[in-house]
Ligand binder design. Structure first.
Ligand code: NAD
Length: 360
């Protein structure tokens, strides 16, 4: 099969890219590199030992997307901005990219006759819920423009399914953590906003200290509870999700483990794995944070047999391995992946000028 992977140069996209290539599929990636890394794509190629096509540019660029869709069976749509906190400061930016950009993508897909999509949604669509772990049918109460933009993406898919008989799967990720087992692709610590990378960042920088945001939540140890899922399990979930693409249907699944951990439990895991204590101070609650977010993972398990295989310590260990091998993320090429070449990665301008896309 041939896939278009939007946002394929990002944290989760590169992990899916490796899985798809290793499974023998053809892949086209489109990414404007606003937060993704060219070097991550090169490393993914080296890890998989296979080539792919790279279209550097924006999902709102109709001409580029039309080219990238050539011969594609299914789109994995990850390209988006993802920071809830930032979205509270610049909501318009999030709606423009996550809703407007996605709308342009869907329109190009319909024009090209590509009507199957797996969409990266988020637990942020739920907001605060009375029932935890939360079931997919719970009412959506997003508490940030980011969460609202993800819910709007789901709604657009709902209507594409009803009006044009598309097949769509929305995966509501809980908290992805960890890195590739090789340690060569992962989430750069400097730019990461989530707990594990921030805790590891505090471990690796003498002058850095983690702030626990809120210690007075109605949870057993007073800190927030979150459902963490290894990025390797998450990437695998995308291949399994193909088995849930039915026509015409929009299927929605939680992707989590169902077992939430508190901030203090995560810091204990960091200490167990690394042998070092994370320096932290206790601060005030962060606006918009809910006390507990945990998935009811039953529906996805029943439909496609998905079950997370890797636990919290494995998530932290792989993230730690990645950050030790790449203390500066992708910014400084550490030379620890042999045989990478830039050849074949064509800038969008070259592709527009008629050059064939990729392979990388
Ligand atoms: N990481 C998480 O904690 C998390 C949780 C839930 C859902 N998600 C969703 O998963 C997806 C991927 O997240 P990630 O953690 O890999 O983020 P990321 O920022 O690492 O990757 C996003 C990628 O999309 C690209 N991109 C953004 N806007 C684009 C555009 N208009 N055109 C082309 N490329 C564009 C970026 O350059 C980047 O490579 C996002 O849709 C996000 O909302 C992530």
């Amino acid at each position: 099969m041939r896939f278009l992977l939007t946002g394929g140069a990002g944290y989760i996209g590169t992990q899916i890219l490796v899985e798809l290539l290793q499974a023998g599929h053809d892949v086209a990636v489109i990414d404007n590199l606003s937060s993704g890394h060219l070097e991550a794509l090169q490393r993914a190629q080296a890890l998989a030992g296979r080539t792919f096509s790279f279209f550097r540019g924006d999902i709102a660029d109709r001409e580029l997307v039309s080219r990238a869709l050539c011969g594609v069976d299914v789109v994995f749509h990850l390209a988006a901005y993802k920071l809830s906190g930032e979205s509270m400061l610049r909501p318009e930016r999030y709606f423009q990219n996550n809703v407007g950009g996605m709308c342009a993508l869907l329109s190009a897909m319909e024009a090209a006759g590509v009507r199957r999509i797996v969409y990266s949604s988020s637990a942020a669509v739920y907001g605060a819920q009375r029932e935890m772990p939360v079931h997919e049918d719970a009412p959506l109460r997003p508490e940030s423009p980011y969460g609202a933009s993800k819910a709007q993406g789901e709604q657009m898919l709902e209507w594409m399914v009803r009006c044009h008989q598309w097949s769509a799967v929305s995966l509501r990720y809980f908290n992805p953590v960890g890195a590739h087992a090789s340690g060569h692709i992962g989430e750069p610590l400097e730019s990461a906003a989530s707990l594990v990378p921030r805790a590891l960042y505090a471990l690796t920088r003498e002058d850095s200290r983690l702030t626990i945001m809120g210690t007075d939540y109605p949870t057993p140890d007073g800190t927030c509870l979150r459902d963490y899922v290894h990025v390797k399990d998450l990437a695998r979930a995308h291949l399994l999700a193909l088995g849930a693409l039915e026509e015409p249907r929009h299927a929605i699944f939680n992707v989590g483990t169902g077992r939430p951990y508190s901030v203090r439990e995560v810091l204990s895991a960091c200490a167990r794995v690394t042998g070092r204590e994370v320096r932290f101070s206790e601060g005030a609650r962060r606006p918009g944070d809910v006390p507990c977010a945990a998935a009811n993972p039953g529906r996805f398990q029943r439909k496609v047999g998905f079950e997370a295989q890797l636990g919290l310590d494995e998530m932290v260990a792989s993230a730690w391995n990645w950050c030790q091998l790449n203390p500066f993320g992708y910014q400084e090429a550490p030379g620890n992946v042999d045989g990478l070449a830039l050849s074949g990665i064509l800038p969008a301008e070259a592709q527009r000028a008629g050059a064939p896309p990729g392979p990388v």
